[in-house]
Design a protein. Structure first.
Length: 319
């Protein structure tokens, strides 16, 4: 293998499209949700270029370390499910994957440490350290435990929007903590941040159950205890459909309550969520081959994108 193909495989391991999505989602929340919302309440808050950059770098590198750890521990499963397309232990050695994982982890923790120093609050360093540990233990063992692994996966990705909102609120409080009703406003914004994170949790929880269904063959040979293996595909599909509908209804309710700000745009987004959820449910019910799973993943990504578009529209109409 030539060097160009080797580095191309390393980039595949890093999953650049997903890392870009993580970075863009945080920047969208900062510039198109948090700052307009603070302006609506009478403040003018800017996190600052350096803290925001460090927050995004720490989050992206944390996600990268999770992806690499997952590939590092899944080599035996991938040998069964993807014998021709697997990368780790084929074109890229496990040692290289491990060293890349440790490098991404180091960058994430150093960035988080500097960010915590700038914020004068060491707690935020432990937030990132906790997520790194969560992803490592998920990949190493808990991924193979029914529902617990799915919940850990969802929680890790739910921290993507929550971390930037937490840091935004903290720096806003440091700079403009004295403006009228600051505590009430920051509490409201934190509540909305938790709502966003809960939606992300729900969709990524579903995503991981679907992944377990797709990788059933390899996980069954290694005696994993995923929902699909323990309870069967029928039960797994019922859980996926139920969670998808619950998240959809919660998001529609959120759109409804925000319509006094967003007007018809909120209604249009609600219809989009309903349409995508119906398509997701139909696809889950009829899924059989690998291409069906790819469509499901795409629909989940579209639903997540709709969530961030909705929050941006909401903040825009606040102005």
């Amino acid at each position: 293998m030539n060097k160009a193909d080797y580095y191309k495989d390393i980039l595949k391991l890093l999953r650049l499209p997903q890392l870009c999505a993580v970075a863009i989602s945080q920047l969208v929340l900062h510039f198109f949700y948090f700052e307009p919302a603070i302006a609506y309440y009478g403040g003018e808050v800017k996190m600052g270029t350096l803290p925001l950059t460090l927050c995004v770098i720490a989050t992206v590198c944390t996600a990268a370390s999770g992806f690499l750890a997952n590939d590092y521990f899944d080599t035996r499963i991938d040998k069964v499910n993807r014998p021709l397309t697997r990368i780790v232990d084929a074109t890229v050695s496990r040692d290289t994957a491990f060293h890349l994982c440790m490098g991404a982890t180091a960058i994430a923790l150093v960035s988080a440490a500097v960010l915590a120093y700038l914020a004068s609050n060491s707690t935020y360093f432990f937030v990132f350290a906790g997520v790194v540990g969560l992803l490592w233990f998920y990949s190493a063992s808990y991924k193979r435990v029914m529902l617990l692994g799915n919940a850990m996966f969802g929680l890790a990705f739910a921290m993507v929007p929550l971390t930037v909102i937490l840091f935004d609120i903290w720096f806003a409080n440091m700079t403009y903590g004295a403006f009228s009703k600051a505590d009430v406003i920051f509490s409201k914004l934190l509540t909305e941040g938790l709502e966003i994170s809960s939606f992300v949790f729900g969709y990524m929880f579903v995503f991981d159950i679907v992944r377990g269904m797709e990788e059933e063959k390899g996980e069954r040979e290694l005696e994993c205890r995923s929902l699909c293996i323990v309870c069967g595909k029928k039960v797994a599909k019922i859980v996926i459909v139920a969670v998808s509908i619950i998240v959809c209804l919660a998001l529609i309710l959120r759109c409804y309550y925000s319509m006094r700000f967003t007007g018809q745009m909120g209604m249009y987004l609600a219809f989009l969520v309903i349409s995508l959820t119906i398509a997701l449910v139909v696809q889950i019910i009829k899924t059989k081959v690998r291409f069906d799973y790819l469509i499901i993943y795409g629909l989940i990504y579209f639903l997540l994108a709709t969530l961030f578009i909705f929050m941006s529209v909401y903040a825009y109409y606040l102005e």
